[in-house]
Design a protein around this ligand. Sequence first.
Ligand SMILES: Cc1ncc(COP(=O)(O)O)c(C=O)c1O
Ligand SMILES: N[C@@H](CCOP(=O)(O)O)C(=O)O
Length: 462
Amino acid sequence: MRYISTRGSAPDLSFEEAMLTGLARDGGLYVPAQIPTLDADTIRAMGGQSYEEIAFTVMRPFIGDTFTDAEFRDLIAKAYAGFGHPSRAPLVELAPNHFLLELFHGPTLAFKDFAMQLIGQMFQLALGRKGERVTIVGATSGDTGSAAIEAFKGLENVDVVILYPHGRVSDVQRRQMTTPSEANVHALALDGDFDDCQARLKDMFNDFEFRDGVRLAGVNSINWGRVLAQVVYYFSSAVSLGAPDRAVSFTVPTGNFGDIFAGYIAKRMGLPIDRLVVATNQNDILHRCLSGQGYHKSGVHPSISPSMDIQVSSNFERALFDAYDRDGGAVKQLMDELAQGGFDVSQGAAEVLAEHYGSGRASEEETSQTITDTLAQTGHLVCPHAAVGVKVAGEQRDPATPMITLATAHPAKFPDAVEAATGIRPPLPARMADLFERDERLTRVPNDLEALKTHIKGLIAQ
Ligand SMILES: Cc1ncc(COP(=O)(O)O)c(C=O)c1O
Ligand SMILES: N[C@@H](CCOP(=O)(O)O)C(=O)O
């Protein structure tokens, strides 16, 4: 299996190389040269399998000879052993034919743990046997950073530096990033929004002297391994509702487009998915684009679902690559236009996108009201990101087809929004009960590439 860049001019790589490289050297994102398919019998057999077995079957065709089967099974087992639910990603029924896929039973209480725990294992084995050390720099709106720090803290072959937007993540998210005491992890509070953090990260990847000097690696969904690990729960949930003999739909609270793109990959692999619905908060650039209004930036507005406060949605580039018939030159042109403010999507590409993705948005009031109504009607407390999904799914679902809405974070990560909507302040699990008593360690940094590079070089020299 080879991986190619969405901008068409970087060298193609193996899975291991793509995983350790992060951003392609032409600024693009790596995608598989071909998408493998699974036949109906293989998918049907998943009905009786554990999450770990399904994970092996789904991901194995993508990893080539990077790991032996025995190694890969072992990495998967270790990655999910610490999850707080035996089925890892349980489904609960909200209403007839509307289900919530709970993706928050991992160590940091968000769906990012599904990929990050596995990537941590894969990096450790791959780097250990090469005898190499890397510097992981990550950009986060709150959840990727905490999941990355949890997965990599204390590991020998990595330094981890996380950029988060100062004042724009929840207190729980911030403390998950700033309280670990391991010397190899560093939380940097950047003066800007998530888009600034992600832009500076990509600037660092595009500065080859810095990139090669610090051996830069990435664990954002820039990294194909992140997307791949997220494909698994589309299969595990769909088969539990009758796939491949019954089609299902998914609604996905969306920001950086990695999670819903994983759903698209599941569909391309043969999972019968009827609709894939993008649910955005008031930062609705994806919904506007998928509704035919082009992709035009209009500024990030802080919301009660802060992890989705994103305008430059990194993985949309992967969707565009397929929509433009894998024409890397066309994608590069669009990304150059985006740097100037935005772009329009050609009619042909818009038709391809419409074939795969629906979309909707939830305002702040609608999000809050959905948290209130979901508790009253179903007894379930949902986080504001899941609430965005539930609201959009409610509008868009076909009652005859099961709709699975992804619950991407635990409500206790966003207690203020949940309490404001329901009067209930959801408690953190016992293992994190002292989170607010732990000492914090963070550095305020300016939104300035040179200052960041100097700071990071200083950190890893220590
Ligand atoms: C809780 C939560 N929900 C949803 C999302 C959106 O996921 P994605 O960026 O993969 O679209 C994120 C992060 O982006 C998140 O942290
Ligand atoms: N919501 C994310 C934003 C980064 O997304 P990623 O999937 O590219 O890591 C976060 O919580 O940081």
